[in-house]
Design a protein around this ligand. Structure first.
Ligand SMILES: Nc1ncnc2c1ncn2[C@@H]1O[C@H](COP(=O)(O)OP(=O)(O)OP(=O)(O)O)[C@@H](O)[C@H]1O
Ligand SMILES: [Mg+2]
Length: 342
């Protein structure tokens, strides 16, 4: 995927359609949307009932005629029509004003580095359906690296790990391009799933989706109790409501298991890099980004496994869209590779 900074500068909006959250950056304004990628639909009438945070609150609590859908999964738009309806609703008036100023503007959207042509097409169609005249595709890893303030345009290695909801992407970049990259289907959702399974096996309790968050807080030592936390759910056998106290040390071990997939990806990327770049990384270290970067213990796990310095981005969750925004605003210096004058 080659990007043209010139064409990106002509774009008005930057969109990051994540499996968990949708973020929209409007040129000269900043981040205008940061909402869950969720829509609630009345399946009798086909009408949209709610999108974003409102729809997320309805998850698992709907009567049969209301369905909560997630139009993005595994780094790709799986329901283009629903993604367009959701975006139109989320962006609403804020975008229409920009649209009026400059009819049919161009848009930039980030996609995973190994997105196949169908996934790329789905991202383009989602935006063209909203009225974008041109759609520029940018690698999420490059956008996130720029958003974290990494000097991607220099001839030295920078390594980034973006751990989102559905996937984790790892890359080494140099001279404005990706040298080696990997994507593994491990993210916040996988970790939450592992926690839910653990509680089900250990306590015969089905946890509601919202119950995992207090456990994350307890892991970070920010919850009401650091040693054990009470959660409410449904008994697997009787179906009745029940509460149990969860041992946080057990959760800590459960959370580590899926993260080994990320360690394997980091190792695979490093093995594919020339030694000069790996030597750069020993000094500079790894930048950790994505919403799951703040998962307690993730940074220390990576630090122990690689022996390299590790930094968590200032705003790990929004760095991809902020980086895309920086490219739109012309803040990224182009890599000049002119042949030497003879
Ligand atoms: N404080 C926290 N502790 C642990 N996990 C968190 C925390 N905050 C957010 N997360 C996790 O981060 C994930 C969302 O990250 P992000 O916003 O980067 O995802 P996304 O960009 O929508 O997904 P993807 O890039 O995989 O399509 C969620 O799965 C959520 O569980
Ligand atoms: Mg993401």
């Amino acid at each position: 995927m080659t990007i043209s900074l010139e064409r990106l500068r002509r774009c008005t909006i930057a969109v990051d359609l994540g499996a968990a959250r949708t973020r929209v950056y409007l040129k000269r304004t900043g981040l205008i949307v940061d909402e869950p990628t969720v829509a609630a639909v009345n399946i009798r009438t086909g009408g949209l009932i709610g999108v974003g945070a409102l729809a997320e609150r309805m998850t698992g609590r709907t009567p049969p005629h209301i369905r909560v859908v997630r139009p993005v999964a595994g780094g790709r738009v799986v329901d283009i029509a629903m993604a367009q309806r959701m975006l139109r609703f989320l962006v609403g008036n804020k975008l229409r004003r920009a649209w009026r100023r400059k009819a049919l503007p161009s848009a930039a959207v980030c996609v995973p580095h190994d997105a196949d042509p169908l996934a790329q097409r789905a991202a383009v169609e989602t935006l063209t359906g909203l009225g974008a005249r041109r759609v520029e595709l940018v690698d999420t890893l490059l956008a996130a690296a720029v958003g974290c303030g990494l000097p991607v345009e220099r001839p030295e290695a920078t390594m980034i790990v973006v751990c989102g909801a559905a996937t984790t992407q790892v890359a080494v970049l140099s001279l404005g391009s990706i040298v080696a990259a990997e994507r593994v289907p491990v993210g916040g959702e996988t970790i939450d799933h592992a926690v839910v399974q653990h509680v089900r096996n250990e306590h015969a309790l089905m946890l509601p989706s919202q119950a995992v968050h207090p456990l994350h807080l307890a892991l970070a030592g920010a919850g009401p109790s650091v040693d054990d936390t009470e959660v409410h759910g449904r008994d697997v056998a009787t179906g009745l409501a029940r509460s149990v106290r969860i041992d946080i040390e057990g959760i800590r071990a459960v959370v580590r298991t899926p993260l080994t997939g990320v360690l394997d990806a980091v190792g695979a990327v490093l093995r594919r890099c020339p030694p000069d770049l790996v030597a750069d990384l020993a000094e500079r270290g790894i930048m950790l980004a994505g919403g799951s970067a703040v998962l307690p213990g993730f940074d220390s796990l990576l630090r122990e496994a690689t022996g390299m310095p590790l930094h968590i981005a200032d705003r790990p969750d929004t760095c991809a869209v902020e980086g895309l925004g920086a490219m739109l605003e012309g803040k990224l210096r182009p890599v000049v590779l002119d042949p030497l004058a003879s």
